[in-house]
Design a protein around this ligand. Structure first.
Ligand code: SAH
Length: 340
């Protein structure tokens, strides 16, 4: 059956017209789906019984059940959801002073193979549909009785390897009649699939783009991230320049600091050279050690030194707060480990 949450508002209107319904009916349904807690067509009380029956026959409403929920000592919550076909994904809820933020997964598994990331440890199964991406947000909101204000595409999967569904999900998240989360409060992080960075730049979205950089030489980056063999640092930077020119938006570069790997003064200098003059920001992430992983976290002292060097050299850098590491909910720790 078709998942009704796979359609953005324009598409849903077309679907409705195809079954002889007025477009404003689609808008009513859209509002029920994204601005209330309802999980059945029967609760859509401003629709006729006849239409509700018709919808029930055509569409599923895709309501996730929570397989497991864990809470960190810092308040971060991690959900394991059954995506209704026996597969499971993880979603993380973080609470900040400015509101709630959800980290969504975009795929079941990941093909990228980054050596430091736990999501690599599970086989790639399939892309999530846009409705399946969106339902992570709705299920968390229902469970916690909250409205979230920020979405980051930083869970399991490579968002640009599931490009169309991610863009469509963004349209639903961003629609004032849908989840109504402003584009500036939506971030997409990519390991660096260069052609998609160009495409994303041309979308004319106001979302934030994060790039997982992590190293400044091709040798080191390829060792950490196999994607660098397909698109090297030079190609990646060219795409970033294009993005900045096209959108006039700042890029956020993620750089996970690992001991004796990419944390030296030499590395910091190379990073300054690479990013000099670019409209950007560096997000330093203390690397989280994964099972059987060879990378371990830099010391706090080294992380601070690295940050200060960047800031002293006119590259704005901040250290990402580590949230949820005690429940394996921090960066790179998601892997649906409870399902064998
Ligand atoms: N697939 C996307 C989203 C990944 S998660 C991407 O690659 O960008 C968000 C960030 O966490 C990425 O920058 C990713 O490289 C980083 N990350 C992955 N594993 C990590 C780990 N063990 N410690 C710290 N950061 C990690």
């Amino acid at each position: 059956m078709k998942n009704i949450k796979d359609y953005n508002l324009e598409e849903l209107k077309k679907e409705f017209m195809a079954i002889g319904e007025k477009p404003y009916r689609a808008e009513q349904v859209f509002k029920w789906l994204y601005t209330t807690d309802i999980t059945t067509f029967d609760e859509m009380s401003n629709l006729s019984k006849e239409l509700r029956e018709k919808l029930k026959q055509e569409y599923s409403i895709c309501e996730y059940k929570i397989l497991k929920k864990q809470e960190s000592s810092d308040g971060t919550k991690k959900y394991l959801f059954d995506v209704l076909d026996g597969n499971a994904i993880e979603t993380v809820l973080m609470s900040y002073h400015h509101g709630y933020s959800i980290c969504v997964s975009s795929q079941i598994g990941c093909k990228m193979g980054c050596k430091f990331c736990a999501s690599t440890g599970i086989p790639f199964i399939r892309n999530l549909t846009s409705g399946e991406i969106i339902e992570q947000i709705l299920a968390v909101q229902r469970d916690e009785k909250i409205k979230v204000s920020n979405i980051v595409f930083m869970g399991i999967g490579e968002p640009f390897d599931n490009y169309n569904n991610v863009i469509n999900a963004i349209k639903i998240i961003n629609n004032p009649k849908g989840l109504n989360i402003g584009a500036r409060h939506i971030s997409v992080s990519t390991s660096g699939i260069v052609p998609k960075i160009y495409e994303y730049a041309d979308e004319d979205l106001q979302c934030t783009l994060s790039i997982s950089l992590h190293a400044t030489t091709n040798e080191k980056r390829s060792e950490m991230m196999p994607i660098n063999n397909a698109y090297n640092i030079e190609e990646l930077m060219k795409a970033c320049d294009y993005y900045i020119k096209k959108t006039n938006k700042r890029i956020s570069f993620e750089y996970a600091l690992a001991k004796d790997n990419n944390e030296s003064l030499e590395d910091a200098k190379k990073l300054v050279q690479l990013l000099k003059g670019m409209l950007c920001h560096v997000n330093l992430i203390p690397i989280n050690k994964i099972e059987n992983g060879k990378y371990t976290k830099s010391t706090n002292e080294n992380i601070i030194k690295f940050r200060d060097y960047l800031n002293d050299n006119k590259i704005t850098a901040t250290i990402r707060r580590e949230l949820g590491s005690d429940i394996d909910a921090a960066c790179g720790q998601l892997r649906r480990k409870d399902l064998k």
